[in-house]
Design a protein around this ligand. Structure first.
Ligand SMILES: *Cc1c(COP(=O)(O)O)cnc(C)c1O
Length: 434
């Protein structure tokens, strides 16, 4: 993010284009991704997540942000994809993403979604529960469709992060608790009995925005010890382990993320050590970064509208808000911002940046230090590339913003701005035939 922040004559540029030019050409609110930065993150993971002891795979978690253009970049960089719904799977198929590199996650995949995955030739389903395992075996056997499966394990390790985004705790809705051997045994037996379902290994994802890499060490230790015992007890061949994503990113200067190189090397090294310790050989180790690929490459541009003083605050209102960035209301997320045309002015004022929705909680940044702001200024919020557009809504019937990829002075719209008529495309007046 910060390295790529280029300022010319006090005006911010993204991907070699000035923010006012972007706003003029594409309107606001606008998501702008620096395409070179996306490329760098993807190729960084691909380059550093390598071992000479086992194969590796970097699987992007598409829920962080997805669209055809992003999928094409991932494909070009040799990354794989994790999807969590029929919708994400459908998009991947429409974008021509190779099905043999897709992993289907989720705790409550519907029959329709499972059939779609089997039909499209999605390579791997990550099973989240015994019930799902039963259903997948039934479907694959009856449709005579081959599918590989992994089992999502809850390793019982809680990463230190915001409590709402922890998924590795004991009562998480995700995965099967690792010491619930009864359930794991039942799942493995079901899979063994099927001639269409093939077991490849285990998956764990312990949380998000994790900075303390010891959390991954702990999961690696626990899972490798676990599969040593399991493979012996069940005479089971375990080929792969997937340690999920959650690698922390810099939203504000308070966040000190680890370099991709460091994250990758540490995980690889830990896996190599633990495998050696237990005299185990695995075919492949996987990770699933989401936000760390897209967050810092993305920014949101808004126009400043009206302003208002209250006894303790000065509000600066922007033409978007919780509809394009729900993370603040949902997780207390923090962001940095600038006035794009006043980059060389001192930040002598403090504003509460709020959106235009009819919710008091529609605040983007509390006490943002900025130069003196005026109506018509362009405000850039940094690091909005993950879980921004993908969580966007039409609350208050706001149109969802456009998304632009900017690179070396050229920009392309990859998702068009929504229009009022787009919002009405599903309106109906049809008689229901029962
Ligand atoms: C959300 C998720 C990820 C990615 O998390 P990030 O914090 O975006 O890196 C990876 N794997 C699974 C299973 C997830 O649910």
């Amino acid at each position: 993010m910060s390295e790529a922040r280029n300022v010319k004559n006090g005006i911010l540029e993204i991907g070699g284009i000035s923010v006012p030019d972007l706003a003029k050409a594409c309107g606001t609110p606008l998501f702008v991704y620096d395409e070179n930065e996306l490329d760098q993150q993807m190729s960084g993971y691909k380059t550093y997540f390598q071992s000479d002891q086992f194969e590796t795979e970097v699987i992007y978690a598409s829920k962080a942000f997805t669209c055809k253009a992003l999928l094409q970049l991932l494909e070009k960089n040799g990354l794989s994809l994790d999807v969590v719904s029929g919708g994400e799977l459908y998009l991947a198929e429409q974008a021509g993403f190779p099905m043999e590199r897709i992993y289907f996650h989720g705790n409550n995949k519907t029959d329709e979604e499972l059939k779609l995955a089997l039909d499209m030739g999605c390579k791997t389903i990550v099973l989240d529960s015994l019930m799902e395992c039963e259903r997948v075996v039934e479907l694959a056997d009856s449709l005579k469709c081959k599918i590989e499966v992994m089992i999502r394990i809850n390793p019982g390790i809680t990463a230190h992060t915001h409590k709402y985004i922890i998924t590795g705790n004991l009562d998480s809705k995700f995965g099967v608790m690792f010491h619930d051997e009864d359930t794991i045994t039942k799942m493995i037996d079901l899979i063994k009995d099927s001639s269409f379902v093939g077991f490849i290994g285990f998956h764990a994802h312990i949380g998000s925005q994790i900075f303390d890499l010891r959390a991954y060490d702990a999961v690696i230790e626990r899972l490798i010890k676990y599969i040593k015992k399991l493979s012996k007890d069940h005479n089971l061949e375990i080929k792969c382990l997937d340690f999920g994503g959650g690698f922390g990113v810099r939203y504000t200067d308070e966040d000190q993320p680890n370099e991709i190189q460091e994250v990758c090397r540490r995980i690889i090294k830990k896996c190599e050590e633990e495998l050696l310790k237990y005299d185990l050989h695995l075919k492949k180790i996987m990770i699933e970064p989401g936000r760390s690929i897209v967050a810092e490459a993305g920014n949101t541009i808004y126009h400043v509208g009206f302003m208002k003083k209250t006894p303790n605050k000065e509000y600066l209102f922007v033409d978007g808000g919780m509809t394009d960035n729900i993370r603040v209301a949902l997780y207390d997320a923090r962001y940095d911002c600038d006035l794009a045309e006043k980059m060389d002015q001192k930040k002598e004022y403090q504003y509460t940046v709020a959106g235009k929705c009819c919710e008091s909680g529609d605040i983007l940044i509390e006490n943002a230090p900025l130069p003196k702001a005026e109506t018509g200024d362009l405000l850039v919020v940094y690091g909005t590339g993950a879980y921004g557009y993908s969580m966007a809504s039409n609350y208050n019937r706001l149109n969802r913003p456009a998304v632009v990829f900017a690179k070396e002075g050229k920009a392309r719209v990859v998702i068009k701005r929504e229009s009022y008529s787009d919002q009405l495309r599903l309106e109906a007046d049809e008689e229901v035939i029962i």
